[in-house]
Design a protein around this ligand. Structure first.
Ligand code: ZN
Ligand code: ZN
Ligand code: ZN
Length: 289
């Protein structure tokens, strides 16, 4: 795929929920009981779709415990690579379910990119997947790669890692062209802020309104997006504290809560387009008794 600059980069939010997802099991709060489909949040993940002409590349960011439902409802049957932000369970414990996408991709090992410590952690948690001598056919296979601060190329697409702070660990955000995704962070350091310069579209962690030691609050996230100078920001990794419509009414028009299946793209001409899923495209949810 030729260099970025004349391509379309889309981010689809596969899940916009915090680690529990929303509704939270057993919770009877107004947001968890809400009939608004935009208050239904699977665990946080996005897919970058990079298109030039008839060439398309899909980079999946994280593999949540909801990956099966996310792939089914968004019609994703194959990806060109998986990028890992960090290895907390809500971001990686769906790794085994990548086997269906591995089969759809013709059983070609899927490129998996992660920080070295994230890869070590995945190899511990999913030892059988990474054990080449493990004699069982029904698992996914991965070709593993690590990155640090420098950009790397995946299926012809240049990816710029953005190192951010998440409590006592580092998390990788990713910039592709003029679109970026940063989840699970309480601090975006200066280096990452500089790498965000000129970025037009951002999907960013904003847990809730109240401060949290390892995630950004909504006011903090809004400030980071403002400082980065992005044209549009969508917030993600949201708890049941935030009602979609109520909170959106309080935000400036360039900032919105993200929601599952929302797609936003930086088009070839540099403009941002936002594609809202039709109601019929939203998943059914079982009512609480
Ligand atoms: Zn998380
Ligand atoms: Zn609730
Ligand atoms: Zn986390």
């Amino acid at each position: 795929m030729p260099k970025l600059g004349c391509v379309r980069v889309e981010i689809e939010i596969l899940g916009s929920g915090t680690s529990t997802g929303v509704p939270v099991v057993g919770c009877g709060c107004a947001v968890c009981l809400s009939a608004n489909p935009r208050n239904k949040r699977l665990r946080s993940s996005v897919v970058f779709t990079v298109t030039q002409g008839n060439q398309t590349r899909r980079l999946l960011v994280d593999v949540t415990p909801d990956i099966r439902m996310q792939a089914l409802r968004s019609g994703i049957s194959a990806v060109d690579a998986v990028l890992i932000t960090h290895t907390h369970a809500d971001h990686c414990h769906g790794l085994d379910d990548m086997r269906a996408l591995y089969w759809c991709g013709g059983k070609k090992a899927i490129d998996l990119w992660a920080y070295p410590e994230s890869l070590s952690s995945l190899k511990q948690t999913f030892a059988y997947i990474f054990d080449e001598t493990y004699d069982y056919k029904a698992i996914a296979r991965f070709e593993t790669h690590t990155f640090e601060q420098e950009p790397f190329t995946v299926a012809g697409v240049k990816v710029q890692p953005l190192q951010v702070v998440h409590g006592n660990m580092r998390v990788a955000g990713f910039r592709v062209g003029d679109a970026a995704y940063i989840t699970d962070t309480n601090l975006v350091p200066e280096t990452a802020m500089n790498l965000l310069k000129g970025c037009k579209l951002l999907v960013l962690d904003a847990l809730r309104k109240a401060p949290h030691p390892t995630h950004m609050s909504l006011p903090q996230a809004l400030e980071v997006a403002r400082e980065a100078g992005v044209e549009r920001v969508f917030f993600t990794h949201i708890t049941h504290d935030l009602d979609h419509d109520k909170v959106n009414a309080e935000l400036p028009d360039w900032a919105r809560l993200g929601y599952d299946m929302l797609r936003a793209a930086v088009e070839e001409n540099g403009r941002i387009s936002v594609m809202e899923p039709k109601p019929s495209g939203l998943p059914p949810f079982i009512a609480l008794r």
